[in-house]
Design a protein around this ligand. Structure first.
Ligand code: GLC
Length: 602
């Protein structure tokens, strides 16, 4: 009997792999039919394997991929091959995918990564502005192009799936993930998030596979109450909002992503009215899958099910029954073999029904078939040159230009390119890592030359005439006095990601304020550029500044800032978050307490 099934299956595989129609062009009916055929011959272990996602760093051995028919691998922040360069990423992908094709049913694995502002884990990839800066462009066509370029770079390394776009609409800027949100305004997020999903998933990649996008984090990640999160702050805290208010305010931006055919949704760490999203059947099934008609699959966040109250086995039962289809086990805290054993036990004892398992596996297989993964699981080395290409860097430079928000300008900008003397100062002037922010090369980002790009200083040098005398001094202490020369001083935040960026206070750093004070005391005019993941407290200082622009986290193409400073382009960026006098008051500050309104920009 077994031989007969294997014979049938190999016929089926021949049919799947060499039919003239690539699977990704199959109709939904044809896909449903194929999935039913596969499910028919899968055993429980293979079904559970498909629902398991492991970070490649935590594989016990590579053969586990085929032994357990593992459905997905990911690279969490910083989870790169030995050598972090494009060829090594492609080799790593093909190595794991080849192992996946040795499984009994040869179901290809789907590989996911946080390509959230470019293919940002990969050395040399184009690093686009973080979402807060893209929100300031308010340009959906540009967001589409950025996501398309990102998918082309992601696919060049073989990878199938990006955990992006983040659809947060953050309200409390003390949250470290504020910069991952396009805007505090859900309407602006809706428009830009939809463009991102379309750009990611419709990109024409070299392999022919389409890259799968992921709307995250469902739901209310940026709307938690201060004090309810980790370390008594915000991240992963509780979001109190009525079902009516939820559907009016936060659901539409996800509905737009679902209507744009987003293939995956990531559950959020936070709680909704005291219930962990990862364990909420009302959210993940009743609202997302039934009411909103989501046909893809729900992925958990990194060890997200572990945070559900109860022991690990009850976490598994609660989350799968709530509607999680694939679990980002990761393998770091809980061994993935333990996860698979407990999940199997839960099914065998009836705590999780086989139809729930089949529903989850069907969703996963459909996403794989729709993306063309079955057609070309292994990827040719024929497009690595798209990574960090001039074309992509041009798009990034345009995004930087359009993300700059000019908030004060006492006849400083545009600066003449023939200016005789120009001082450039501040911690962020010549620091690629600082201008990229978190989620860059490593999970928490880094300082200095972490990848290939142009700093703000590089951009200034490229823009001015050869006769201009540029003086660079990070803290301005060693400068002689001046009678009104101009100093460009770049200040701001060091890189951070997730809860590492949660802060009670959003004052500027003393070091930065001292640099500006040094310059003013020496008689310089100052143009202040702020690199930050959120609005910060400037109301006590801005009156002493001759000009001020928020440049957010611009990424690798720092020369996009000079395009504005020296007048090659008009500044068009507008605030996608209101800027309160006390920025700890966040987006809900009363209008009378605002320094600048949302939508403002000179
Ligand atoms: C992280 C983040 C999520 C990311 C995932 C995988 O904890 O919450 O945004 O996609 O883990 O890195």
């Amino acid at each position: 009997m077994k031989k007969y099934i294997v014979f049938l299956w190999s016929l089926f595989l021949i049919n799947i792999s060499c039919n003239n129609q690539s699977n990704s062009k199959l109709s939904e009916n044809q896909i449903n039919k194929k999935v039913d055929e596969i499910i028919e011959i899968m055993n429980i272990d293979e079904k559970i394997g498909q629902m398991t996602q492991i970070d490649q760093r935590f594989l016990d051995t590579i053969t586990d991929i085929s032994t357990y028919s593992i459905g997905s691998l990911l690279s969490g922040g910083g989870s790169h091959p030995e050598i972090n360069e494009p060829q090594a990423w492609l080799d790593m992908y093909n190595k794991y995918q080849s192992e996946s094709l040795k499984s009994r049913l040869q179901i290809p694995l789907i590989y996911g990564i946080d390509a959230v502002h470019g293919h940002n884990n990969v050395y040399g990839a184009t690093i686009f502005p973080q979402n807060i800066g893209l929100g300031a462009t308010n340009n959906p066509e540009l967001i589409y192009k950025i996501s398309e370029a990102t998918s082309i770079e992601v696919a060049a390394t073989g990878i199938d799936w990006t955990f992006s776009p983040c659809l947060s609409s953050p309200e409390d800027y003390r949250w470290g993930r504020t910069y991952e949100g396009f805007s505090s305004d859900p309407k602006r997020v809706e428009k830009l998030g939809e463009a991102a999903v379309m750009g990611y998933q419709n990109a024409k990649t070299s392999s022919g596979k389409s890259v799968v996008a992921c709307a995250k984090h469902f739901i209310g990640d940026g709307n938690t109450e201060f004090g309810t999160g980790m370390r008594g702050l915000l991240d992963r805290g509780n979001t109190e909002i009525s079902p009516e208010e939820l559907k009016l305010k936060l659901i539409p931006k996800y509905q737009a992503a679902v209507d744009a055919n987003v293939q995956t949704v990531m559950a959020s760490y936070n709680s909704w009215n005291g219930v962990k999203c990862h364990g909420s059947k009302e959210l993940l099934t009743d609202i997302l899958k039934v009411e909103m008609g989501f046909k893809g699959f729900v992925i958990s966040d990194w060890q997200g099910i572990d945070e559900i109250p109860g022991d690990y086995k009850s976490d598994i039962i609660t989350s799968i029954n709530a509607g999680i289809d694939m679990v980002m086990v990761s393998g770091q805290a809980q061994p993935y073999k333990k996860f698979m054993r407990l999940l199997k036990e839960s099914v065998e004892e009836g705590s999780i029904s086989m139809e729930r398992i089949d529903d989850a596996v069907q969703r996963i297989l459909k996403v794989k078939l729709r993306s063309g993964l079955f057609d070309s699981p292994l990827v040719e080395n024929n497009s690595l040159n798209t990574i960090g290409s001039d074309d992509h860097r041009k798009i990034a430079r345009q995004a930087v230009r359009e993300s700059v928000v000019l908030l004060k300008n006492e006849n400083i900008i545009p600066i003449s390119k023939n200016i005789n003397k120009l001082v450039v100062s501040g911690r962020g002037a010549d620091n690629l890592g600082m201008q990229c922010g978190g989620w860059t090369i490593d999970w928490q980002g880094g300082q200095g030359d972490i990848t290939i790009g142009t700093t703000i200083l590089d951009g200034i040098k490229n823009a001015v005439s050869k006769d201009t005398n540029i003086l660079y001094s990070e803290n301005a202490l060693d400068l002689e006095d001046s009678d009104g020369d101009l100093a460009i001083v770049v200040i701001g935040e060091d890189p951070y990601t997730e809860f590492f960026g949660d802060k009670e206070n959003l004052d500027l750093m003393d070091e930065d304020l001292n640099t500006i004070k040094n310059l003013k005391n020496k008689g310089y005019k100052v143009l202040v550029l702020l690199i930050s993941g959120r609005p910060m407290n400037i109301s006590d200082h801005i009156e002493n500044w001759d000009a001020f622009a928020a440049i957010w986290l611009p990424g690798s193409e720092g020369d996009g800032v000079s395009d504005i400073l020296f007048g090659d382009y008009e500044s068009t960026g507008t605030l996608s978050y209101p800027w309160p006098i006390n920025t700890e008051d966040g987006a809900n500050a009363l209008t009378k307490n605002l320094l600048f309104k949302i939508g403002f920009g000179l």
